[in-house]
Structure formats: C-alpha cells, structure tokens
Design a binder for this molecule. Structure first.
Ligand SMILES: Nc1nc2c(ncn2[C@@H]2O[C@H](COP(=O)(O)OP(=O)(O)OP(=O)(O)O)[C@@H](O)[C@H]2O)c(=O)[nH]1
Ligand SMILES: [Mg+2]
Length: 306
C-alpha cells in the first residue's frame, strides 16, 4: 500500500472579533502564541502559528477579527485579515456555536471568504457554553449561506473537538513538504510576543475606550540569551495612549494600575522565556496614533512594505 503523501499548507483562522480565534491557536499549539481578551479587536497582526503533526504541517494564520472599521487602525486590521484569506489553502471560519443569528460582521466575513475562494471549514467554538443541539442548527445556519467542507464543534477552553479539527485540517491540505522546521511554533520574535503580553494585560485591566487606544513599543530588550553577562531579561517599554485622561487611567492611583500590568506581564514573560524578567514601563501620550499611517507602521500594525 502507498504511504499517504506529506501535506503542508496555510490555514487562515478567521471570524468576527471575540469568537476565540487566538484562544484556539494557543490551545492547539499548547503555547501562548497569541494574546486573548474579552474585548473585541484584541489581535492586531496576522501571526503564523505552526503545527507540525506526524504527516502534515499546518501553518495557521491567526488573524484580526473581521469587523466594519471606524478608523485607520481598524482598516489596517482588515487589510491584514484579508491578506491572510487570500494566501490561504484553507480557511477555518470560527463562529460561536451558540450563535442563533448571523450578524453584519459575519455577513462581511462570508463576503470576504467568497472573494478569497479557499475552501472553508466551519469551526463552531465555545461548545462548552452551547447546547448539543446548537451544533446542527449552527451548521445549517452557515451552511445555507456558503459552501462548507465540514462543520466541527470545538471548545478552545476545554480542548473538546480539537483532534477532529486537526484531522479535518490535515485532510484538506495540499500535498507538499514542510516549510518550517518542526521545532518552530510561531514566526514572531520573542520581543513581539512580550509587547503583545503587555497589551493583553492592558486589555485585562482597563475598560471602555482605553484598551483600544493603547499601542506598545519595546525600546530596549536585553535577554541573557544574547547578553550572557546578564542574569535577568531587561525590557523597557512604552505604552502609548491618545489622550492625557487615558494616561492617568493607565497609570492609576499612585501608579497602582501600571504596577499591576507590569506584575502580571512579568509572570507571563518569565514563563515564556524561562528567565527572570525586569520590566521598566512608561506611559506616553501620542495624539491620534490610530489615524496615522506612520504610527501604525512604527507599531508594526501596518506592514512597512505595503
Ligand atoms: N467559554 C469559552 N470561552 C472562550 C472559548 N474560546 C475563547 N473564549 C473566550 O472568548 C474571549 C475572546 O477570545 P479571543 O481568543 O481573544 O478571541 P479572538 O477571536 O481572537 O478575538 P479578536 O482577536 O479580537 O478577533 C476570551 O475571553 C476567551 O477567554 C471557549 O471555547 N469557551
Ligand atoms: Mg485574536
């Protein structure tokens, strides 16, 4: 009997904001590749997360949630998501399994999926919150709108359904050699993930418009991996906000909020890097950065080449 060919391809993980795309990536890779929060528009870059199985390699692209943008930041997020869809051999379209209706954002996702043309696997996430009967109802709801390769109930929280998802992804990939080394999990440098962890803690500890107004820049990054004379990782980072009031909120009374952001981030950074870490955090006002092309490039949200 012939051995099945090795398979490899790009799998865009797309859907409206907050359905659990990044959470799903972290769970599949058993590694914190992408930050998660209960606020929409958490993810700002398409992040390549590489899953290497026995006989396949799936290059997942975690994408920013598809929504109707209100400013340049939002438009840059949409460009990044659309680019990922156009590059994909397969799309995992993530929805919430309990979804009873199709929202305008999901209409937009389906329009973009139609334009991109890659086959679509419906991933019905948050099965832990839904009723068993929701699976069939959700499959019918979306299946009535677009052609689906399949529909799989999963829970990024409990891990339910992930083996079935990986099997379906594998079967849909084209034959091909692995593109990445099998030890590679994420295509972004450690420094990028540390900046994202800081943003995650801002999202966790702030509310209303503040979280969406924050961008993180790492000004200095000295790891014992590169500087053996050091025993701890040193990170100096600036959190940019758009207004003075937001700066006050982020710093908090007597610096309490900024301190807590630093403490929580430090724990994650230490777990990620395996080094003791020292984070030196600053908050600065940069009016209108979300509407500035050059700032979006500076913060790595918009690609420098595009
Ligand atoms: N109960 C439950 N909650 C989940 C599950 N998956 C994700 N969540 C929660 O849903 C929220 C959104 O998760 P994210 O992974 O940040 O969602 P996202 O789709 O990446 O969002 P954007 O990056 O904004 O597009 C978080 O509060 C998660 O903890 C799940 O399977 N079950
Ligand atoms: Mg995300």
């Amino acid at each position: 009997m012939n051995k099945a060919p090795y398979r490899c391809g790009v799998v865009a993980v797309a859907g409206r904001p907050n359905v659990g795309k990044s959470c799903l990536m972290n769970r599949l890779l058993e590694y914190k590749v992408s930050i998660v929060s209960d606020k929409p528009q958490t993810t700002r870059n398409s992040i390549r997360c590489i899953y290497t199985g026995e006989d396949f390699q799936a290059v997942f692209l975690d994408t920013p949630g598809i929504h109707l943008p209100k400013h340049k930041l939002g438009r840059a997020l949409m460009e990044s998501a659309t680019k990922a869809l156009n590059e994909a051999d397969l799309v995992c379209y993530v929805v919430e399994m309990g979804d009873g209706v199709i929202t305008s954002e999901d209409e937009e996702v389906m329009r973009l999926l139609g334009e991109a043309g890659a086959p679509v696997l419906l991933v019905m996430n948050k099965a832990d919150l839904a009723k068993r009967t929701d699976a069939e109802r959700t499959r019918m709801l979306y299946g009535g709108k677009i052609p689906l390769l399949g529909a799989i109930p999963v829970s990024a929280r409990t891990g339910e359904g992930l083996d079935a998802l990986l099997a379906a992804v594998r079967d849909a990939l084209p034959a091909g050699e692995a593109v990445y080394d099998d030890e590679m999990i994420v295509d972004r440098p450690e420094k990028f993930i540390v900046a994202e962890i800081l943003r995650e803690k801002v999202l966790l500890l702030s509310h209303q418009e503040v979280p969406h107004n924050v961008a993180v820049e790492i000004e200095e990054y000295k790891s014992p991996d590169e500087y053996p004379e050091r025993t701890a990782l040193f990170v100096r980072a600036t959190l940019y906000v758009e207004r003075e009031g937001q700066k006050r909120i982020l710093i908090g009374r007597e610096g309490a909020r900024l301190k807590e952001i630093g403490r929580l981030a430090r724990l994650d950074v230490e777990a990620l890097t395996g080094h003791k870490a020292f984070l030196d955090l600053w908050v600065k006002v940069r009016p209108g950065w979300r509407e500035s092309e050059s700032d979006l490039r500076l913060f790595g949200i918009k690609e420098r080449t595009s």
